[in-house]
Design a protein around this ligand. Structure first.
Ligand SMILES: Nc1nc2c(c(=O)[nH]1)N[C@H]1C(S)=C(S)[C@@H](COP(=O)(O)OP(=O)(O)OC[C@H]3O[C@@H](n4cnc5c(N)ncnc54)[C@H](O)[C@@H]3O)O[C@H]1N2
Ligand code: MOO
Length: 426
C-alpha cells in the first residue's frame, strides 16, 4: 500500500469505522477506548483545586464538632426564665470562640456571656443576642420575647454528620468543595495524576508568531488555541512537540516519542488523505485500527481517533475551526475520561436560532454564534457569525460559543430551537 494513497473505505483497516459516524458516536467511540490513568498521588488540600479525586472522601468527624453559638450574646437555660420577661440573671461565666467554659455554677439560675463560635455548654438551650440584653454589673437583663429552644445555637453535626460522603471519586474539586473538606479536617487527598497530553502541530507551511513568513507560509494558530484550552484543564499537563513538517519519518518519530510519554496525543493537520497528509497514513500503517475515520460533521469531517501505543490518539484536522470544534466535541470527553472524571459530556444549553441558513441534511454543523438577545422565555437567541468557513479565525474569535445545527434539518429558520455551548469567559 503506497503511503500516499488516500484513506478510503477500501484501504482502511477499521472496517465500519471508515464510514462517517455522527459526532456523538465519534465522541462515544473515543470515550470507549479511553480509561482513567492508573496512577494516583496524594496531594495537600491547598494544591488540589480543580484536580480529580481518585477515592471517595468520608467525613472523619461531625461539623460543627460541638454545639456552638451563632451570635454574640448570652447563653441561657429556658428553665431559668420564669414568668414573663424581662428576666434578670447573674452572669456566671464567659466563653469565647476557641475557649471552653470558665466559671458557671451548675444548678443556680444563670446566664453565660458567650461569643459567636464558642461552645455552648450542656444544659444551655438558647443564646440571646446581645442586642436584646442589657448588662448591669454582674447581671444581665433580657427583654423581648421568650427565647425559643435552640435559638442561635448551631448544633454539632448539623452541617456534616460524621461518616457522611463529602466528595466522590471522579469529581473535580471546586474551591467550595475544598472548603467542605477543610471544615472536616481532611488535609490530604488521593487524586488521579495529571493527564499528560502531547501536542503536535503538523504542516510544512507553519511558522510560529514572531517568526518571519516565507512565501506560502502561515502562522500556527492551532497550537496556541489548543494550549490555551488545555491550560484551563487543571488536571492536565501539556507536552508540546511544536511544529513537525510534512515529513513522514520525522512525524513518525515524533508520534512515537509522544505516545511513549503521554496518555493522549493530539495532532493537527495531515488527516484528510492528500499526498502530504502523513498523519492518516502513519495511523493506518502503524496504529491500531482507527475507531473513527470520518465524522458526519462540519467542520471536522476527517478527524481521526484511535490508539497509538498506550496513548489515545486524536488526529484533528488542520483547518483552525475544525481543530477547535473537534477538540471540544470529540477529543475532550475522552480526555476527561482519561483524567478520571465521571462527568465527560459537553455542557449544552438551549438556544433559539436568530438566523436563516441552508445546510446539508445528514450532517451536523457546529457554527460560531453570538448571543443577539433573549426569547420571551429567556432563552438566548443566537446569530451565526461567518458563513461556515473552516479556515477563518475572526468569526470564532467574535463568538460567544458554538451552536449545533442538527443533522436532520436542511434549513435553519429563525425561532428554531438549537443546542448551544458557551465559551467560558477568558
Ligand atoms: N480532496 C479533499 N481535500 C480536503 C478534504 C477532503 O475531504 N478531500 N477535506 C477538507 C477538510 S473538510 C479539512 S478540515 C481539511 C483537513 O485537512 P488536514 O487535516 O489534512 O489539514 P492540512 O491539509 O494539513 O491543513 C488544512 C488547512 O489548515 C491549515 N492549517 C494546518 N495546520 C494549521 C495550524 N496549526 N494553524 C493554522 N492553520 C493550519 C493548512 O495550512 C490548510 O490550509 O482538508 C480539506 N481538504
Ligand atoms: O472539516 Mo473541514 O473543517 O469542514 O473544513
Amino acid at each position: 500500500m503506497s503511503e500516499t494513497e488516500p484513506l478510503s473505505e477500501e484501504t482502511c483497516s477499521a472496517g465500519d469505522a471508515s464510514r462517517p459516524v455522527s459526532p456523538d458516536i465519534a465522541a462515544a467511540r473515543a470515550v470507549a477506548i479511553a480509561g482513567a490513568v492508573a496512577e494516583t498521588e496524594t496531594i495537600d488540600l491547598v494544591d488540589a483545586q480543580g484536580r480529580v479525586l481518585a477515592a471517595d472522601v468520608i467525613s472523619p468527624m461531625a461539623v460543627p464538632p460541638f454545639d456552638n453559638s451563632a451570635m454574640d450574646g448570652y447563653a441561657v437555660r429556658l428553665g431559668d426564665l420564669t414568668g414573663d420577661g424581662p428576666w434578670t440573671l447573674p452572669v456566671a461565666g464567659r466563653i469565647a470562640a476557641g475557649a471552653s467554659l470558665q466559671g458557671s455554677t451548675p444548678g443556680e439560675p444563670q446566664a453565660l456571656r458567650i461569643f459567636t463560635g464558642a461552645p455552648v455548654p450542656d444544659g444551655f438551650d438558647a443564646v440571646v443576642m446581645q442586642e436584646r440584653c442589657k448588662r448591669d454589673g454582674d447581671q444581665v437583663i433580657i427583654s423581648g420575647k421568650r427565647p425559643r429552644a435552640g435559638e442561635n445555637i448551631r448544633l454539632a453535626g448539623e452541617d456534616v454528620e460524621r461518616g457522611a460522603l463529602l466528595a466522590s471519586s471522579g469529581e473535580a474539586l471546586s474551591p467550595q468543595k475544598l472548603a467542605l473538606l477543610a471544615g472536616a479536617g481532611v488535609n490530604s487527598l488521593s487524586l488521579f495524576r495529571k493527564v499528560r497530553i502531547g501536542l503536535i502541530s503538523t504542516g510544512s507551511e507553519l511558522r510560529e508568531p514572531g517568526e518571519t513568513l516565507a512565501p506560502g507560509q502561515i502562522y500556527n494558530s492551532n497550537r496556541v488555541v489548543l494550549r490555551a484550552m488545555l491550560s484551563r484543564l487543571t488536571w492536565a499537563q501539556v507536552e508540546d512537540f511544536g511544529i513537525v513538517p510534512d515529513d513522514r519519518s520525522l512525524l513518525e518519530r515524533t508520534l512515537n516519542a509522544a505516545s511513549s510519554t503521554c496518555d493522549v496525543v493530539v495532532t493537527t493537520g495531515g488527516v484528510s488523505g492528500g499526498d502530504e497528509d502523513h498523519v492518516a497514513a502513519i495511523m493506518r500503517d502503524e496504529g491500531t485500527p482507527l475507531e473513527v475515520v470520518k465524522v458526519a460533521m462540519r467542520p471536522g469531517k476527517p478527524v481521526k481517533v484511535g490508539r497509538l501505543g498506550q496513548a489515545v490518539f486524536f488526529g484533528l484536522p488542520g483547518n483552525p475551526n475544525a481543530a477547535l470544534v473537534t477538540f471540544r466535541q470529540i477529543a475532550l470527553p475522552a480526555i476527561r475520561t482519561v483524567a478520571g472524571l465521571r462527568d465527560v459530556v459537553p455542557a449544552w444549553q438551549p438556544a433559539v436560532a436568530g438566523f436563516e441558513y441552508g445546510k446539508k441534511a445528514g450532517r451536523t454543523e457546529f457554527v460560531p454564534v453570538r448571543i443577539a438577545g433573549r426569547s420571551e422565555a429567556g432563552v438566548p437567541i443566537v446569530e451565526m457569525l461567518g458563513r461556515g468557513s473552516s479556515a477563518n479565525l475572526s468569526a470564532m474569535a467574535a463568538a460567544d460559543g458554538i451552536a449545533l445545527l442538527p443533522p436532520e434539518d436542511e434549513t435553519i429558520r429563525p425561532g428554531m430551537p438549537l443546542r448551544y455551548e458557551a465559551f467560558r469567559m477568558p
